[in-house]
Write a protein that binds this ligand. Structure first.
Ligand code: FES
Length: 171
């Protein structure tokens, strides 16, 4: 059941795509942009409004790697593990980030929903490898230490925003 603000948000997305079922992927992209993942209730609401089966929407959601049915953190950290980054030791950056955040291959989002860590096969900046991105920003020539410093900066900023005591990430 979708109500209130969420309903208004989804209606706005549907209207922006003229409620056209041929724009299903664009609609799903907008939903994911809004919520950082595809909430089940949102997909069911959209399916009903567009007159398509939920099964069709779920098959699209699972076919495209960029769609996520699992909630993601406010900051999506992508560690490039393409060839150029791999030979420059991206694996140690990934290991450090995961350990620092208490994550692993299966648990990819922190409990406070601040960070999600993913790997990608190329961020399109091979000449600056090893590279990570945090949301849409690229960070070049990374080291494990620099990566942790980036995460700590975000933690500090977020703690400041909510007036919380800042917690540093240590290994
Ligand atoms: S391989 Fe890492 S940016 Fe291309």
């Amino acid at each position: 059941m979708v109500e209130g603000k969420d309903r208004a948000t989804l209606d706005h997305i549907l209207t922006s795509c003229n409620g056209d079922k041929r724009a299903l992927i664009a609609i799903m992209q907008k939903i994911q942009h809004e919520y950082r993942y595809l909430p089940r209730q949102a997909l069911e609401y959209v399916a009903k409004k567009l007159g398509v089966s939920p099964a069709k929407i779920y098959s699209v959601a699972t076919f495209y790697e960029n769609f996520s049915l699992r909630p993601k953190g406010r900051y999506i950290v992508r560690v490039c593990d393409g060839t150029a980054c791999h030979v420059r030791k991206s694996a140690s950056i990934l290991k450090t980030i995961r350990e620092g955040l208490g994550l692993d291959k299966d648990k990819t989002t922190t409990d406070d929903m601040l960070f999600t860590v993913e790997t990608v096969s190329c961020l399109g900046a091979c000449g600056l490898s090893p590279v990570i991105s945090i949301n849409e920003q690229i960070f070049a020539e990374m080291t494990p230490e620099k990566a942790l410093a980036c995460l700590n900066k975000i933690r500090e900023k977020e703690a400041g925003n909510y007036g919380k005591k800042r917690e540093k990430i240590h290994l």
